[in-house]
Design a protein around this ligand. Structure first.
Ligand code: AMP
Ligand code: MG
Length: 359
């Protein structure tokens, strides 16, 4: 999953972080039949829930009038994440995405609204980023996974074949019929660069529908933030861009934004002493090798997630394209570790409305 690991200290200073192997902290009751919570009260206590989803741990922090309501809301939010995984997973042969990629090339296939919407916004970013972000790069991501397993780089022939089976220009969308046509044999769709952010947004929306709005949902390196915790200006999030607290860690205070970090500290393949990130460069069909972490703050987490992945690829070249993709209301913090000399920190893009401050 993501390489950098944002952390969120609660108002009481308890850090929100993913602990490997942690099982579900709270026994989640399935009582989703409770009426919506009354208007938020500053005296509401804080609750925290963790559950494994999408190959990582999802964490929900919320303020609620009582434990039954908190548990029921968290259960409903986690159920939505599980539902999205059944649509978007490229590990589950029964997912909608996997079913789509088994259809004959050139056949228009009607898909669910969730899948179509995600394909549409992914395609828009693919064009804007000049192909840096591209959900059709599934064949290249699979080569990367195989390289990590076998500790051997793919051959030039395998990379050429993966290139032929990829490419956003070979995927056609027909909004009138919500239909998708794959235009290359062997094309695989990979939503790893957007699904967790989207799922975090959707979980936050479920909580809001149940009357809980002082909420945070974190999915590894992707966070969706709701209203501020009681008595504060916003959620204080500590970002550890290189995976662990370090001198490069920094923090922000925000509400109603998505925060996503992309890099290579958690998911990488080390082959012949070179570290290949799980984010692939479409130009080479290999994982990125530079030591760079990008954190994006945007209006919601599906956007910060895909922009962070795109900007991580674009950080290899000139910054104009990155600025274009970010626009006026998303911001990227790019940290470059170099062999010699100090770390380089760049800020790109504009001002996300929910961002109160960042250091
Ligand atoms: P993230 O951690 O959000 O940056 O997403 C990384 C994941 O996105 C990888 O594990 C792949 O599943 C997928 N991915 C890798 N490279 C790309 C790319 N260039 N464009 C879109 N998705 C990618
Ligand atoms: Mg991403």
């Amino acid at each position: 999953m993501t390489t950098a690991r944002p952390r969120h200290p609660s108002p009481s200073g308890f850090p929100l972080r993913f602990l490997r192997g942690l099982t579900l902290i709270a026994a989640i009751s399935l009582r989703a039949d409770l009426p919506p919570a009354p208007p938020a009260d500053p005296a509401w206590p804080r609750f925290e829930f963790v559950a494994p989803h999408m190959g990582t741990l999802f964490r929900i922090v919320l303020f609620a009038p009582d434990a039954p309501r908190a548990q029921a809301a968290a259960a409903a939010a986690f159920a939505r994440v599980a539902e999205l995984n059944r649509i978007l997973s490229d590990y589950d042969p029964a997912s909608e995405v996997m079913g789509l990629t088994r259809q004959p090339v050139g056949t228009a296939v009607v898909v669910s609204p969730v899948l179509f919407d995600l394909l549409q916004c992914s395609q828009e970013l693919a064009v804007a980023s000049g192909g840096a972000f591209d959900v059709t790069l599934g064949p290249m991501v699979r080569l990367w996974r195989e390289a990590r397993r076998s500790q051997t780089l793919p051959s030039p022939a395998e990379r050429t074949a993966a290139r032929r089976a990829s490419g956003h220009a070979r995927l056609r969308l027909n909004p009138a019929h919500r239909a998708v046509t794959l235009g290359a044999p062997g094309m695989q769709l990979d939503f790893g660069g957007i699904a967790k952010g989207f799922a975090a947004d959707e979980a936050l929306a479920v909580l809001a529908r149940l009357g809980l709005t002082q909420t945070l949902v974190a999915a590894s390196g992707d966070l969706a933030l709701g209203d501020a915790p009681p008595g504060t200006l916003g959620w204080k999030v500590q970002v550890d861009p290189f995976g662990q607290p370090s001198p490069e860690s920094w923090s922000l205070v925000a509400t109603h934004v998505g925060v996503s970090t992309s890099g290579d500290t958690e998911q990488f393949a080390e082959i012949n002493g070179i570290r290949y990130s799980h984010i692939v460069n479409p130009a080479t069909a290999l994982g990125l090798t530079s030591n760079v972490a990008v954190t994006v703050i945007a209006s919601h987490a599906a956007l910060s997630d895909r922009l962070a992945t795109a900007c991580r690829v674009l950080a290899e070249g000139p910054s104009d394209r990155m600025d274009e993709c970010l626009g006026a209301s998303a911001r990227a913090i790019v940290l470059r570790r170099r062999e010699s000399g100090p770390l380089r920190r760049e800020v790109h893009g504009g001002n996300p409305p929910g961002l109160r401050s960042h250091l």
